[in-house]
Write a protein that binds this ligand. Structure first.
Ligand code: DC
Length: 223
């Protein structure tokens, strides 16, 4: 039986940092589903396809070959990991991610990956939709201020000058759109374990999740 770990939570809660560490520790494939929504957004924007043109958006997705290599998303043979992190993509991705047809296609690709491999997947609807039956579901939160502060420090460290208030407003706006959209809104699965990381280090969060995974693996071995 495959191991599937689901990590959901709002923007900038530290999901990808935690998920990639968990992947390394337990030799799981890390699937960053946000990257997939970002990739669709990037390609549509490059081809001047607005999110309102659902038919065109869908036809573009159907022609994409998408896979992860060393935690980096490869589309039609090209590594687009850096491009999908641009501010332009970040500001538009919520609109493309709200399209039901886009979600149906990406969810089916994600389910297929979890069927084939041992995975840790992060996103917004992993515990509620994609890996609904997984026993290992986590909901990672932190206050909007703590998340904005982390993102601000990270960007400044990389030489990108930004205003803290702009980052905070962007996070609040994305939280609102992601939580209030009609299709698979960001929502904690009832059977998930909630971890508020506002006052926890990365290591502490990794340890909490690791202990649950170890407990689960031990229970499989004793059966
Ligand atoms: O995690 P991220 O910031 O890279 O996600 C980018 C966008 O994609 C964000 O607006 C939420 C959306 N998303 C989603 O709707 N469902 C997912 N499973 C993952 C991300």
């Amino acid at each position: 039986m495959n191991i599937s770990v689901a990590i959901d939570g709002p923007a900038a809660a530290g999901k990808s940092t935690i998920a990639s560490l968990i992947a390394k520790k337990f030799e799981l494939m890390y699937i960053n589903t946000g990257s997939m929504y970002r990739a669709i957004t990037l390609i549509c924007m490059k081809n001047n396809i607005p999110y309102q043109n659902v038919e065109k958006v869908v036809s573009i997705i159907k022609n994409l070959d998408m896979y992860f290599n060393n935690n980096r998303l490869i589309i039609n043979g090209k590594d687009i990991e850096d491009e999908i992190r641009s501010l332009d993509v970040t500001n538009n991705v919520s609109n493309y991610a709200a399209i039901r047809e886009v979600r149906d296609i990406l969810v089916s690709i994600q389910k297929n990956m979890a069927y084939k491999y041992n995975v840790v997947m992060d996103g917004r609807d992993i515990g509620t939709v994609v890996l609904k039956n997984s026993p290992l579901k986590f909901f990672l939160t932190a206050t909007a201020e703590a998340r904005a502060r982390r993102r601000y420090n990270e960007l400044n460290k990389n030489g990108i000058l930004v205003e803290y208030n702009d980052i905070l407003n962007d996070i609040l706006k994305r939280d609102y759109i992601d939580s209030n959209r009609k299709e698979s809104p960001l929502k904690r699965a009832d059977d998930s374990i909630e971890i508020d990381s506002s006052d926890l280090s990365i290591e502490e969060v990794v340890n909490i999740i690791s202990n649950h995974i170890k407990e689960y693996i031990a229970s499989l071995c004793s059966n």
